[in-house]
Write a protein that binds this ligand. Sequence first.
Ligand code: NDP
Length: 242
Amino acid sequence: MKYALVTGGSRGIGRAISIKLAEQGYYVLINYRSNTEEAKKTLEIIKENNGNGEILKFDVTQIDEIENVLGSWKKQHEGEYIEVLVNNAGYSKDLLMVWMEKEDWTRVIDTTLNGFFFVTRMLLQDMIVNKYGRIINIASLSGIKGLPGQTNYSAAKAGIIGATKALAQEIGKKRVTVNAVAPGFITTDMTENLDEKELKKLIPLNRFGKPEEVADLVQFLASEKSGYITGEVININGGLYT
Ligand code: NDP
């Protein structure tokens, strides 16, 4: 059995990634924070497609929860390990910095950066010992270009890009690759309040992207075929920014 963990796999891009990884033959651990119904739905779709997996509830900002849930998973699966990790869980709280409260700043930063650190650290040693692993971090156009109204989110996503490049250099020799994917506007709950009609005029491909399109890229990065790519940030934004 080959295992993959997708944080924030209950909805949107994380759901699409979970489905694609299951198609690739992975038993997928579908993490989520609170939305059990939606996480179960992801698992149902996977099973309908003859794949398999399980749902795994923990908040990526809470180290105790992570150690508890992932720790007991690991105990129950001695001799096995999670070889693909997709750090996808994300949260945005957009507002101009002049109005931003501490909580708006810390929750966004914590979800992306502490989430990456806490979850990755739990799985890293096994990947290194087994001399194979794939870590894929979902960043954003916002972390490359910076977007007004998103100083918190841009900082978090720029941070994850730095961490991706640093970690890739630390563990390349162990055949563990670390890459980031930077989507532009993708149709999910996160973007449902945006004015797509206006925004798509800015996008050369003239539309928002689909979660499945991001998932196709992640599927490739998660595969053995991507073995000579590490420390990269791959844009998927319809040509909006390069
Ligand atoms: P959604 O808002 O649709 O889904 C967010 C997912 O993250 C849910 O599964 C949610 O779980 C989970 N989540 C949020 N906070 C936590 C937490 N603390 N612990 C565990 N899980 C958590 O987001 P998208 O699918 O749009 O985004 C997925 C990723 O892609 C994010 O990192 C986002 O920043 C990034 N991205 C999205 C873009 C877009 O246009 N949509 C563009 C660029 C990047 P639950 O269902 O339980 O709430």
